[in-house]
Design a binder for this molecule. Structure first.
Ligand code: SF4
Length: 367
């Protein structure tokens, strides 16, 4: 979660979410949580990090509602409800309703195929703050990516239904080589439906995507993309009001900062924001919860820190793996000797995926 507009311009379309995360961090040490409420899904996206596994038994309704209570005690972190496809759970509206009744800021991540008019009305009534829906490109490309014909049109229909009801929206995508030519289209759609952000998650070849190593963008492709964001959206006003939210790639913000410095811009505000909160969130207030209630360092990594129903979250935050991941002085390789390690920290997920060492260097660094 690297918000380029908030860092480098006076605009911050996601400032409410950031405020909620920081307040929770101060209260209990947890800023944000991705809670994967189910791994079941009705799509078969080619890149999915969750594909190809046996699905163990998931928490039932009563247990899930207990998870909400535990998160409340932990300080009410910014909560992303994710999957799989969360709308496949019969009790999803009750879970979302309980979170909102307790005052959480809630982002629902859905593939958009199950958002009927009734579902959209219910999400609006409950007061879900933002619904994040994936889009990979125009109709033919998107449907080939999800491997489900008609899924593109359902995404567009969901965006329209939710936008008409005033529900906050994020359009999300994965930055894979074949998706990159469609990024303007994705921003166009986001702007058309009033989305607050486009979330661009770097592609990592794990899960079902393990066979797609050729889809990992090169560093130069990332740099070109960032150069175009700088020119058009940070120095220019294209897609004004839509945050550029980059996932799993913290060095992108360092790249933008250095380019702006070279161009003679003052980046001191961006630097002090990064000094307040390291871009790499693992071990720095972020946790993931699995459908079984396991607390993970990241939803991308099989690194279990405890169980939300069995363990005290405060004790989980003392877990040495969690503490080490958040300690920039423990980083190794290029990240260990990097002058930006306190601001960036490198993607701990990609360090683990590509090098097998959670504290190793982020081999995708673009600086
Ligand atoms: S070397 Fe590591 S800490 Fe430094 S900018 Fe690159 S990814 Fe970030």
């Amino acid at each position: 979660m690297t918000h380029l507009r908030a860092l480098f311009t006076p605009k911050d379309p996601l400032e409410d979410a950031e405020r909620a995360a920081m307040a929770s961090l101060r209260r209990g040490g947890v800023s944000s949580v991705i809670w994967v409420v189910t791994e079941r899904c009705n799509l078969r996206c080619v890149h999915c990090y969750e594909g190809g596994r046996e699905l163990p038994k998931e928490l039932g309704k009563e247990e899930a509602l207990k998870v909400v209570d535990k998160l409340y005690e932990a300080g009410k972190p910014l909560t992303f409800i994710s999957g799989g496809e969360p709308l496949l759970r019969d009790d999803i509206m009750e879970i979302l309703g309980r979170l909102k009744d307790l005052g959480f800021r809630v982002i629902l991540s859905t593939n958009g195929t199950l958002v009927t008019r009734e579902v959209a009305k219910e999400l609006s009534r409950i007061g879900v703050d933002n619904v994040a829906i994936p889009l990979y490109g125009p109709r033919e490309f998107h449907d080939s990516f999800t491997r489900v014909p008609g899924s593109h049109d359902k995404v567009i229909n969901s965006l329209k239904l939710l936008s008409d009801l005033g529900v906050g929206l994020t359009v999300k995508t994965v930055v894979a080589k074949s998706v990159m030519p469609h990024i303007n289209y994705i921003f166009d759609v986001a702007e058309q439906y009033g989305a607050r952000a486009v979330y661009l998650c770097d592609f990592i070849p794990i899960g079902r995507g393990a066979y797609l190593k050729h889809e990992v963008p090169t560093k130069d492709q990332w740099r070109s993309l960032l150069d175009s964001f700088i020119e058009k959206m940070i120095l220019g006003n294209e897609y004004d009001g839509v945050e550029i939210d980059i996932g799993l790639h913290p060095s992108t913000a360092i790249y933008v900062m250095r380019r702006l410095e070279e161009l003679g811009y003052d980046v001191s505000q961006a630097r002090s924001k990064m000094e307040r909160r390291r871009l790499s969130v693992e071990g720095r207030g972020f946790l993931s919860i699995s459908p079984q209630g396991d607390v993970l360092l990241s939803n991308y990594l099989p690194i279990k820190l405890g169980n939300v129903l069995e363990d005290d979250l405060k004790e989980i935050l003392e877990n040495p793996i969690y503490r080490d991941a958040g300690d920039s002085s423990k980083l190794k390789g290029k990240c260990g000797s990097c002058p930006y390690k306190e601001l960036c920290g490198g993607s701990r997920v990609k360090a683990f995926v590509y090098t097998g060492d959670l504290l190793g260097e982020d081999p995708t660094c673009v600086i």
